[in-house]
Design a protein around this ligand. Structure first.
Ligand SMILES: NC(=O)c1ccc[n+]([C@@H]2O[C@H](COP(=O)([O-])OP(=O)(O)OC[C@H]3O[C@@H](n4cnc5c(N)ncnc54)[C@H](O)[C@@H]3O)[C@@H](O)[C@H]2O)c1
Length: 458
């Protein structure tokens, strides 16, 4: 089919490339000219494993095109996906400006019957608004159906998710339009859930809210584990083995971030409030997550007494591994709070340094290797569980740091491995390991509260 994809970001670009792989003729349109020029040269503006080879393949075979021209993008399209951003406004509500602009533009260039398929995450009722807008502006002799097809891919494994998702949700008022969209995904063999538009929109928000709830829940349990001397990893194994609960999304850490969970949970709280149903549970989930993101700085302060003038190595900047996306990343909260305390930050990340430099400029130092970030550091904070960090030799903390103090916000290392090193190690929901360092003065105060023997017992 002739397919246009509006918005060549994390969702739109992956969708476009994967639809070309399924054999369709795809054209991606974006308002960002620089992005489109890069894509025409076969270069991906985002870091997403597996994306660039398929991008190059389908540019070469002529199945994939990029443009900034709405006329070129829409005139032949049988299906138009919308995957533009729906970011959060300051008051927590969703900014629908980009999607409404796209919905205004598209009908002006449509020349044939087509289906507009919304992938962007939008509050319940938005697709009805889009439908009305399009019907006011479309040529009288063409039929346009609007379908809600929320996206569930995860950055970092978006390509795999496209081809192996758990389900595809299709919300439509026309059975014919729903079947056409279903036929696009048929070769994937993924179950399709066909429903009404409002339920489809709600499925996306409810899914993200539920996953966020699991994360905040386990983080609360982790906090209690720390106080009572239990180990969250043992607890997680125990509860995750219950089939009714399952083991996924139960890793304790410094909370969720990214371009979806924070804004989608806020949007659902707003949506519930608009219909006079205060979503108390989700509000607590958000509150716990906000607290969790600043946990490493609180722990560093507890340990070092004062962070003024201290050099802190921050390992990981992206909101999760295998992406360069730093939107709402815990690392940004950590940097902000460290700077408030007067610490100097040197950050390492395998993919997100350029985005962070663009966002924060020279307010922090950037290191291209873990070793150079650790050089002479008073403490290291791990914010993202990249393989490069998880599989780094533990020797480097002793070798390069001034004092080998590691605050691991993602529980990257086993306590057993750490025990064999002279590293003071504070993780999330697990017993702390306190060691003697050459520069002992800073740790003296802490020794009174942390019992060095606890770690040996566990
Ligand atoms: N990123 C994810 O992991 C993810 C997962 C599921 C759902 N979503 C949802 O998908 C949507 C897109 O997210 P994203 O992360 O891909 O956003 P993004 O910011 O990476 O990309 C959006 C793109 O749309 C372009 N754009 C804006 N207005 C446009 C217009 N009128 N015409 C053409 N292009 C336009 C922007 O220039 C940008 O390149 C959001 O609603 C998001 O909530 C995202």
């Amino acid at each position: 089919m002739n397919i246009a994809v509006t918005g060549a970001g994390y969702v739109g670009l992956v969708t476009g490339v994967c639809l070309a792989e399924l054999g369709h003729e795809v054209i991606c349109i974006d308002v960002n000219e620089e992005k489109i020029e890069m894509l025409k040269r076969g270069r991906s503006p985002i870091y997403e494993p597996g994306l660039e080879p398929l991008l190059e393949k389908h540019l070469d075979n002529g199945r994939l095109h990029f443009t900034i021209s709405p006329d070129t993008a829409y005139r032949k399209a049988e299906i138009i996906y919308i995957a533009v951003g729906t970011p959060q406004k300051h008051d927590g509500t969703v900014n629908l400006d980009f999607i409404m602009k796209a919905a205004e533009t598209i009908p002006q260039y449509i020349k044939r019957d087509c289906i507009i398929c919304t992938k962007s995450t939008v509050p319940v009722g938005t697709n009805d608004k889009i439908q009305r807008l399009i019907h006011e502006r479309k040529p009288p002799d063409v039929r346009i159906d609007v379908v809600s097809n929320p996206e569930f891919l995860r950055e970092g494994c978006a390509m795999t998710d496209f081809f192996n998702g758990d389900r595809i949700v299709i919300g439509a008022s026309s059975t014919e339009a729903a079947s056409t969209i279903e036929s696009i995904y048929l070769p994937l063999g993924i179950p399709c859930i066909k429903t009404d538009i409002k339920s489809a929109e709600m499925i996306k928000y409810a899914s993200n809210a539920f996953l966020a709830t699991k994360i905040s829940f386990i983080n609360e349990i982790a906090a209690i584990c720390e106080k009572i001397g239990a180990n969250i990893e043992e607890v997680t194994k125990g509860i995750g083995s219950d089939k009714r609960i399952g083991p996924h999304f139960l890793q304790s850490g410094i909370g969720y971030g990214g371009s979806c969970f924070p804004k989608d949970t806020q949007a659902l709280v707003q949506l519930a409030g608009n219909v006079q149903h205060p979503f108390d549970l989700l509000q607590a989930v958000i509150q716990v997550n906000n607290r969790q993101q600043s946990l490493p700085v609180r722990k560093a302060k507890e340990l070092l007494s004062s962070l003024k003038g201290k050099k802190i190595a921050l390992l990981g900047l992206s909101f999760k591994p295998n992406t360069d996306d730093i939107r709402e990343a815990a690392s940004l909260t950590i940097i902000h709070e460290l700077q408030k305390e007067g610490a100097a930050v040197t950050a390492f990340d395998p993919a997100a340094l350029p985005n962070t430099l663009q966002h924060l400029g020279n307010s922090i130092q950037y290191a291209v290797t873990i070793e150079s970030a650790l050089q002479n550091a008073d403490a290291a904070i791990i914010a993202t569980e990249w393989n490069e960090i998880k599989h780094a030799s533990l020797d480097i903390y002793e070798k390069y740091m001034r004092t080998a103090i590691v605050i691991d916000g993602r529980n990257c290392y086993s306590l057993k491995d750490i025990q064999n090193h002279n590293i003071t190690y504070i993780s999330i929901g697990r017993p702390p390991i306190i060691k003697k360092h050459a520069d002992q003065a800073s740790l003296n105060a802490k020794e009174k509260t942390y019992d060095e023997t606890t770690a040996h017992l566990l």
